[in-house]
Ligand binder design. Sequence first.
Ligand SMILES: [Zn+2]
Length: 166
Amino acid sequence: MISKAEDMKDNIPEHRIDEEKRRGRNDMRLLLFLLLICGLIFAGRELWAHFHADGDGKQVVVSLDGEPVLICGLNELRDMETEEELRAASKVYDEDILSFSEEGVEVRSEVGYNVISYGELSDGSEGVKCLRADCPDKVCVEQGTICLSTEVIVCLPHKLTVRIED
Ligand SMILES: [Zn+2]
C-alpha cells in the first residue's frame, strides 16, 4: 500500500523536484531580502526621527488665561540669543508680557512671571520646560520637560499653560 504523497512524488520526474526545491529556496531568499529592506527602512526612519524630526516642526505655545502670548518653533526657542530673535520668532509679541533672558523667555503678568526654556530629556527628546517661576506652589517648575503634544505644563496661580504642537 503506497500513500498518496509517495504516489504523487513517484509521478513527478526527479529534475522537477529539484526545480521545485530551487524555486522554494529562491522564494525564501527573496522574502529574506524584502524583510532586510523593510528592516533597513524602519531603522532609517527611526534614526531620522531621532536626529531630525524632534525639534523641527514642533511649536511651543504659551498661553495666559487661555490667550496665546508666545508661539514659536521649538528649535527657535532653543537657538534664540537676543530679544530681537524672540520678537522675530514669536507669532505674537507683547513687550509688556515677553522678554528674552539668558535662561529662556520670561512671560510676565500682574501676578508673576515664568521663565520658559528649551529642555531635553535623558533620551535626547527635545521639549520645553518652565525653568523658574515666582508662583507659590512651583508645580509648573516641578513638571519638568514636556516633549509631546499630549502633555501640558500648567501654572494655576499664574493661569499659564505651555503646550507643544506637532
Ligand atoms: Zn507655577
